[in-house]
Design a protein around this ligand. Sequence first.
Ligand code: SAM
Ligand code: SF4
Length: 336
Amino acid sequence: MPPLVTTPIALIDRFGRTVDYLRISITDRCDFRCVYCMAEEMTFLPRAQILSLEEIEFIAQAFVQLGVKKIRITGGEPLVRKGALDLLNTIGHLEGLRELVITTNGSQLETMAKDLKVAGVKRINISLDTLDADKFKAITRTGDLQQVLKGIRAAKAVGFERIKLNAVILKNRNHQEVNALVQFAIDNALDISFIEEMPLGIVDQHDRAEAYYSSDLIRRDISEKYTLVATPEKTGGPSDYYKIPDTQTRVGFISPHSHNFCSQCNRVRLTVEGRLLLCLGNEHSVDLKAVLREHPNDMALLKQTIIDAMLIKPETHEFNIHEQPVILRYMNMTGG
Ligand code: SAM
Ligand code: SF4
């Protein structure tokens, strides 16, 4: 007999944290091969192993019925998945969802920005690690800076509520770029977050401990040129935010190594294979795809499985930049 389903007001874990934010990786594929995210030669998953768009939609619906208010669509590069816009449109109009957001590398935005807005996407994060075309090519391996800049312009023209740039900073690759990125954000009235590299998957191009450049160092570099005023603002996420006076720009720092943010964690992730991952820096997970494929359309069972999964959400992540990764999955499967 299936377990009795009771509808909670919210998804709450053992440590009293309310989970109201779901990040979904809708594809492991990408047109870039960023050195911190992927190996140069990647093998992508066979189609049968990844969730169909209908399965993603069904799971998203279950989460929204369980109190999730915000969904982020990510990947891989979400905008290279065929049917991504239809999926966004459906999720964006789920009753009860307050915010649909997306993280993209920007390569497809020039043509897709307008449709994203129509689909209900409110805010958009665009990854941009440097404004130097050669460095951009070196970091993304296959990316074209000009294409991404055109994408950013298109997104601005469409008028999303907010656009935030994400920059992963690596020592001696782009740490000298930080203030140019800040100035670009100011000139374009964008927010920007700087991210410490996380040890997900085995990358072949650099030593992560050697490339580590802490948020404290980034903040020091920025403070040499700009005034950073700390804000108590929290987006329910791991970022610490600062304002730059007389600008519209907020600067965030995502510091998994130097400032642990786990106590405020409000999120879980759905991997491209349909695993509900309870923590980015641990392997605790539940196979929602198996549940769905054994019991298609059983919303009550799916919801109960999600409720039960909250019991295994770990207290903190286990990232250690100085060791070989214990987490062998790559960011593109997980959804950064
Ligand atoms: N392709 C999209 C993009 O690049 O924005 C979405 C997926 S990507 C995995 C999401 C974010 O994760 C990006 O901002 C990327 O820079 C970041 N990311 C990827 N690998 C990372 C790593 N090892 N450590 C920290 N951030 C990483
Ligand atoms: Fe692709 Fe984004 Fe990973 Fe870069 S960070 S390889 S753009 S998924």
